[in-house]
Design a protein around this ligand. Structure first.
Ligand code: HEM
Length: 131
C-alpha cells in the first residue's frame, strides 16, 4: 500500500524527513529525524512541529503556515533556508531546511527535509582559526 511505501522511505532516507499537516501537526517523523532530534516517532505524531525549534520561531510558526495558506506567498517552500533547530535536550543547531507541498485527498501536507549543518559550521570555524 501507499502507507507501507511511505513508511519504508521514512525508515531509510539518510536525511531527517518530517511530514506535517496544514495545522503544523506532525504526521510522520523519519528514523534519521528521530536520531537528530532525540524523540521517537510515537512521541511526536500529533504534536506541533514548532516543538523542534527555539523562540522566536516557535511561537510564530503557526502564523508562518497560516500566512502561506492565505496568501500563497512562499518564504521557504521551493527556496530552502538555513534555520535553527532544537533537540529534545534543549540544545540548538544550524540546519538546512527544504519544504515541499503535497496534496492528498483534499488534505494539504508539507514535507520537510533537514540537513544538520553542525559539522559544516565546525569545519568553517576551524578554517577561520587557521587563517
Ligand atoms: C515557514 C522556521 C521546520 C513547514 C517557515 C518560516 C520560518 C520557519 C522562519 C518562514 C517565515 C517567514 O519568513 O515568514 C522553521 C524552523 C524549523 C521549521 C526554525 C525548525 C525545525 C519546518 C518543517 C516543516 C515546515 C519541518 C514541514 C514539515 C513550513 C511551512 C511554512 C514555513 C509550510 C510556510 C510556507 C513558506 O514560508 O514557504 N518556517 N521551520 N517548517 N515552514 Fe517552517
Amino acid at each position: 500500500t501507499r502507507e507501507q511505501h511511505l513508511q519504508s522511505i521514512l525508515a531509510t532516507v539518510p536525511d531527517a524527513m518530517i511530514i506535517i499537516d496544514e495545522t503544523g501537526a506532525i504526521t510522520s517523523f523519519s528514523a534519521a529525524a528521530q536520531r537528530l532530534f532525540g524523540y521517537s516517532e510515537t512521541e511526536l505524531v500529533g504534536r506541533n512541529v514548532s516543538c523542534l525549534m527555539p523562540q522566536p520561531d516557535r511561537d510564530r510558526h503557526d502564523e508562518y503556515i497560516a500566512h502561506y495558506l492565505q496568501t500563497g506567498e512562499r518564504r521557504i517552500i521551493g527556496l530552502g533556508r538555513v534555520v535553527v533547530g532544537q533537540r529534545r535536550d534543549g540544545s540548538t543547531f544550524p540546519m538546512q531546511l527544504s519544504v515541499g507541498e503535497a496534496g492528498e485527498d483534499g488534505q494539504r501536507l508539507f514535507t520537510g527535509f533537514i540537513r544538520d549543518l553542525t559539522a559544516k559550521e565546525q569545519d568553517e570555524l576551524r578554517l577561520k582559526e587557521l587563517q
